[in-house]
Structures are given as C-alpha cells and as structure tokens.
Design a protein around this ligand. Structure first.
Ligand SMILES: [Zn+2]
Length: 280
C-alpha cells in the first residue's frame, strides 16, 4: 500500500468514526439539509459525512466565492479559505462573497463572514497568505478535497503537486473572458494530474485582470467545482476525473475532452520517485 493510498484510507476512516460520534443530527440539522437528505444518494448518512468533511479552497475570488458559498450551504463542516489578497473595487463585479463594505479587508476575512452568515455552526479556517512548501502539503493532507480557485499557473502547479503527494482529490477550475473549464485530478484513484495536462506550464498565462471576464461565468464554473467536490466527498456519481469540461459561455456550448494520464509526467508519472530523490 502506497503512502497516498494509506492517507486516503485514513481519511475515510476518520469520517466514519466522526459520523458515529456526530451530535449534530438534531431537528435543525435535519430541517436545514432536508432537501439534500431527500436525495437517495445523500440521505442522513451522507449529510453527516459532509458535516465531518474538510475542504480547502485556494483563492477566494471569482471561482472561490461561489464554490465556498455552495460548500457552506451544502453543509461541508470544515472549510479552509486561503488567499493573500485584499478586496478591491474591481473584484466586486464577480467575487460574490465580498461586499462593498469589505473594500480593503483581507478576502479570507470577508469570505469567512459570508460563510458564517449562512451557517454559524460551520468551522471556517482562514489562511491570509500564500501557502507554499511544507505548509501547503500539510493543508492538502488535512483536507478531504482541495478546490483550486486560483488564477495563476505557479499556484496551480504547486497545489497539484501537493495534492498528488498527499493523495488528495483536486477540483480545478478556470475562467476567462466567456470561457470556463473544470476538471477533477485524482491520480491516487486513477486518471491524470493537472501537470499531465499542462506540461509546458505558464508561458501562455493570461489573467482576468488583463483580458477580462464576464461576471456570471465564474459563478457557473465555481458552482460546478462545488458540486464535483460534494460528489467526491460523498463518493457518488461519476466525477470529472480524467475529463476536462469546457464551457463556451458566449454561445452556451459545453464540450468535454478525455484526459489521458502521462506516464512521463514529472509529478505523478512513473519516474516521479527518482526525480523526488534527485531533487532532495
Ligand atoms: Zn501527472
């Protein structure tokens, strides 16, 4: 059994143990989540699983705002928000966790307030800075699912590497202009990682601040990320692992690409361990 499989098993075991010890199955809990509990794929057991689950959201901007709000509304018990930025006027067009009154505040602070306004019983952790190195790996190891809602390749690559190293499923989203994309990377359970898809890296990076983005697009993509994360946490349906979902919002057309795993991938491929050792 590899280290990453061990961690995934540990995580499942922790959720199961917590479920039996769960004290939140009261009337308010059952009523709040009644429309989800009605779903046979969720039920009270699934809802209790969500209440004990931990999600890490990297970036509380256009994608992270709706993703985190929907995770909170769906009842994911612990949500960690990570962002180094402060709220600016040009953010408010699409970053719906933040309000005009939040201008100048750290995004993680206004984000936390928005989530706790939905449900004061949620556990919302905040990291007001850039997660790198060992700290990033620790946070990914702690999480049952990671949502990459960042806007740049270096962060995406670092988050992907940390998720591969810790065996944590990664739900990746991106949006620019009228175009969005979502994928799930979970090589511990099969399929490619983010780096298999983007071997060439950051050369063609474009950001919303340079090219623009239409407001509701990030809401769609962030919401798809939240749904994929909930499915991963519940172990239901068919995730976007191994598939890249593409949205052309201007013509409202969805496409899907199959993503193969790259055996030569420096992050998840067969030569990974040798590279790790070489790099110390
Ligand atoms: Zn890979």
């Amino acid at each position: 059994m590899t280290a990453k499989h061990y961690r995934a098993d540990q995580s499942a075991q922790r959720i199961d143990q917590s479920f039996h010890a769960n004290e939140r199955m009261d009337d308010e809990f059952l009523l709040r989540y009644s429309r989800q509990i009605l779903l046979p794929e969720v039920g009270t057991e699934g809802q209790a699983r969500l209440a004990q689950a931990r999600a890490l959201v990297i970036g509380v901007g256009g994608l992270g705002s709706p993703a985190a709000l929907y995770l909170a509304a769906a009842g994911v018990g612990e949500i960690t928000l990570c962002d180094h930025d402060h709220v600016e006027l040009s953010n408010l067009q699409r970053q719906i966790a933040h309000r005009h009154a939040d201008l100048g505040r750290p995004k993680v602070e206004s984000g936390r307030e928005a989530l706790l306004a939905l449900d004061p019983q949620l556990h919302v952790r905040v990291i007001a800075g850039r997660l790198v190195g060992a700290a990033l790996e620790e946070e990914c190891a702690r999480a049952d699912v990671v949502l990459d809602a960042s806007d740049n390749f270096p962060t995406r690559e670092a988050v992907n590497a940390a998720c591969v190293a810790t065996g944590t499923p990664l739900v990746s989203g991106a949006a620019i202009r009228f175009e969005g994309q979502v994928a799930v990377f979970d090589p511990a359970r099969g399929g490619p990682c983010y780096r298999c898809l983007y071997r060439e890296g950051a050369d063609t990076e474009q950001t919303c601040s340079e090219t623009g983005v239409i407001a509701p697009l990030v809401g769609i993509v962030g919401s798809v990320q939240a749904l994929e994360a909930v499915k991963v946490l519940l172990g239901i349906g068919e995730s976007l692992a191994g598939r890249l979902l593409l949205l052309d919002g201007l013509h409202m057309q969805w496409r899907e690409l199959r993503l193969p795993r790259d055996p030569g991938c420096p992050v998840c491929g067969e030569t990974r361990d040798e590279l790790d050792n070489a790099g110390g």
